[in-house]
Design a protein around this ligand. Structure first.
Ligand code: HPA
Ligand code: ZN
Length: 327
């Protein structure tokens, strides 16, 4: 599966940090982070909410634009190794200058420069989606949206929301989403991972997003599934993440195949790959084993992802050629 060219739309940048990378930076800075690692070196947490805390602890050692340049390179190497030719990553200015636009620009410059170099060297194209963090609250989301609006460009193409979906409502973040929309950014929101079908409905209706991060709980409301299919809203599905965190007990019970059969545009991503012990190749392997997905279906999935990608048309044309070359 490694050699099949792939598109990934849902990857949290710090969530892609290999544990050894974070341990190395912690050591350089003299920070003791041993509590967030197991003896075997992997990240240690007990559930999604604890995961968010461990994620933020790991992120706390990344304090400079140079750290983010190194992180970007490490994440892109891993993605390219798994056949990813185009990737969109969630980046939170909360962790990169705390919402100050001037500081954020420095972090962004470091990441963009690293991505441009990696594109030449590794053959993977990266774009950034700025995310506000739901459990930090609506007021904190405002300067984050302003960072996004002011740095929209060929690299920063979208805006979204991550974090604890069970806190507040999508409409609490309307100011931030309106600010990003008015700047011309494309929109996505995490919903329907831990919240029910209603949370997906709310995100679509109140924030007017064109993609949903996860969205898989829509499966409990088939009228909503049909509306999603009809509206052409793309779901950024992360089945390995969902099964690892216990959203669904087994791969068999994951609704991605039912959603696809009902006409929803589904895509496949890893979310936070080392945290959930997955890779894009592993996701493809499990989908082939569980649902009998073959090359034709993976082509369909990548076509969905390319159509829903937030990059410009020239970039899409270049990525489309890479997808074709692989087949
Ligand atoms: N889900 C929600 N918020 C997050 C995640 C995630 O997987 N990773 C980092 N923030
Ligand atoms: Zn996510």
């Amino acid at each position: 599966m490694k050699s099949i060219p792939k598109i990934e739309l849902h990857l949290h940048l710090e969530g892609g940090a290999p544990p050894a990378f974070i341990r190395g930076i912690a050591k350089e800075k003299g920070t003791d982070l041993s509590r967030i690692f197991r003896e075997d070196g992997s990240y240690s947490y007990k559930d999604f909410w604890h995961f968010l805390k461990v994620y933020e602890a790991a992120t706390s050692v990344l304090t400079t634009p140079e750290d983010y340049a190194r992180l970007t390179r490490a994440v892109l190497e891993e993605s390219a190794e798994n056949g990813v030719v185009y990737s969109e990553t969630f980046i939170s200015p909360d962790f990169c200058g705390g919402g100050d636009v001037a500081a954020w620009r420095e972090y962004l410059h470091a990441m963009e420069e690293t991505a441009a170099k990696a594109e030449v060297e590794l053959g993977i194209t990266l774009r950034g989606i700025i995310t506000c963090i739901r459990h930090f609250g609506p007021e904190k989301a405002k300067p984050i949206a302003e960072c996004a609006a002011q740095t929209k460009g060929s690299f920063i193409t979208g805006f979204g929301i991550a974090g604890d979906e069970l806190i507040g409502k999508p409409k609490d973040y309307l100011w931030a989403f309106d600010c990003a929309r008015e700047a011309g950014l494309r929109l996505t929101a995490h919903a329907g991972e831990w919240g029910g079908a209603e949370s997906v409905r709310d995100a679509i209706r109140d924030l007017n997003v064109e993609r949903i991060g996860h969205g898989v709980q829509a499966i409990t409301d088939l009228a909503l599934v049909d509306e999603i299919a009809e509206a052409g809203i793309t779901l950024e599905c992360c089945p390995g993440s969902n099964v690892f965190l216990g959203v669904f007990p087994t791969w068999r019970e994951h609704p991605i195949e039912t959603l696809r059969e009902r006409g929803v545009k589904v895509t496949v991503s890893t979310d936070d790959p080392p945290f959930f012990h997955t890779t894009m190749s592993a996701e493809y392997d499990r989908l082939a084993d569980t649902f009998g997905w073959d090359e034709e279906i993976f082509d369909e999935i990548n076509a969905n992802a390319l159509a829903a990608a937030f990059c410009d048309e020239d970039t899409k044309d270049r990525v489309a050629k890479k997808l074709k070359k692989g087949t």
